[in-house]
Design a binder for this molecule. Structure first.
Ligand SMILES: Nc1ncnc2c1ncn2[C@@H]1O[C@H](COP(=O)(O)OP(=O)(O)O)[C@@H](O)[C@H]1O
Ligand SMILES: [Mg+2]
Length: 362
């Protein structure tokens, strides 16, 4: 299979059902060969966007572009996109090879051409030895790999995936995530994936687009979204976060000091005028447990309200005098202490750790 990534453009895409807006003016570019994930809670418009890209949903407004050419009026079969869904939509009475050959039969390829391409596609998903089996003789993960082979066998312009792993159990899902990532590297095609699973999005994607209420909130590389979330929703949906609200007390070239409750929080970020209300996102894993007199840019004292053992470390809920409740996660190597409810602790974090975020539009 030749590597041939195509670029997808989504421009001002809007879909209304009556007075309800399922997709609200979404614009997004997906680069050649990129793995882009649409991430958002249930009902945020992910499937509707994917269906509009595939041609099964007619946009109320906006356009879909392939390599810069408008394809909005094209019917699905003229777009040549591969699709994989959550359910294993394999034909139960056909063998694995017949399932994978199906899109080639529809396209009128000769038997010899079909056989060669089916073999290559099954090898691609490492199911070459299973060609003659029926779908029911395969595990869930293997069935999804057949669905992937069937979606790739005709060398599609794009591969569209709608929660393809969500029906699998946790271990199988992790395995297939790695498989999907390797597959993307091998075929070099553009993948657009949909999920509500933030870990899947972080581990698989070149870029993630975060949606809420049909709106695109932020798009970027996984690390960029995680480290520099633009809004409270992004910080909360992608990973966990503490939120600290206050007013800018002083500001200089290096950053500002936020007055929050009785605390003064040093923040290294572009300064805002004194008195401005700011909201900070502080990841639990950026908070450290300080020993004795150990110093940090920011230090608060409190008592453990509750704790749980994670194997890889501890998750603490700490009631602080100055900032209310904070969540902190400590890696096992740092947690050479015995957590207990009511235990006094000192927490610290650096001035870079808390990042300013905006409140989301209602
Ligand atoms: N055909 C339809 N008619 C009316 N409402 C719809 C239709 N399809 C989707 N919706 C609504 O649009 C919103 C977005 O749906 P969807 O794109 O399926 O979300 P997601 O895939 O993110 O869970 C939901 O509130 C859903 O109920
Ligand atoms: Mg959906």
């Amino acid at each position: 299979m030749s590597a041939a990534g195509h670029a997808l453009g989504i421009l001002g895409l809007t879909k209304r059902y009556g007075s309800f807006t399922a997709v609200d003016d979404v614009s997004l570019d997906v680069g050649q060969g990129e793995f882009l994930t649409l991430l958002g809670p249930s009902g945020s418009g992910k499937t509707t966007i994917l269906m509009a890209v595939a041609g099964f949903v007619a946009p109320t407004a906006g356009s879909i572009l392939l390599d810069g050419r408008e394809i909005t009026p094209l019917p699905p079969e003229k777009r040549n996109f591969g699709m994989v869904f959550q359910g294993y939509a394999l034909f139960p009475h056909m063998s694995v090879a017949e399932n994978v050959a199906f899109p080639l039969r529809v396209r009128g390829l000769s038997r010899a051409d079909r056989e060669a391409k089916v073999r290559a596609a099954l090898d691609l998903v490492q199911l070459g030895a299973f060609a003659e089996r029926l779908p029911k003789q395969l595990s869930g993960g293997q069935q999804q790999r057949v669905a992937l082979a069937r979606a790739l066998v005709f060398e599609p312009n794009l591969l569209l995936l709608d929660e393809p792993l969500s029906a699998l159990d946790k271990k199988l899902r992790a395995e297939l995530q790695e498989e999907l990532k390797a597959l993307h590297r091998r075929v070099g095609r553009t993948f657009v994936n949909v999920t509500h699973d933030q870990e899947e999005a972080l581990s698989l994607s070149d870029r993630i687009a975060i949606l809420n209420h049909g709106r695109l909130i932020q798009a970027g590389a996984p690390g960029e979204l995680y480290e520099r979330p633009r809004t409270r929703f992004v910080a909360d949906f992608l990973g966990k976060s503490n939120f600290i609200e206050g007013a800018v007390a002083t500001a200089d070239a290096a950053g500002f000091v936020l007055a929050a409750g009785t605390a003064r929080i040093a923040v290294r970020a572009p300064a805002a005028p004194e008195g401005t209300r700011r909201l900070l996102s502080l990841r639990p894993e950026k908070i450290a447990l300080l020993a004795g007199e150990e110093a940090a840019d920011n230090v608060v004292e409190g008592r453990i309200l509750a704790w749980s053992y994670l194997g890889s470390g501890f998750a603490l809920r700490v009631e602080t005098a100055s900032l209310g409740e904070l969540r902190a996660t400590l890696p096992a190597w740092q947690a050479a202490f015995a957590p207990a409810e009511g235990l006094p602790v000192r927490l610290g974090w650096s001035a870079e750790a808390a990042v300013p975020v905006e409140e989301d539009a209602p």
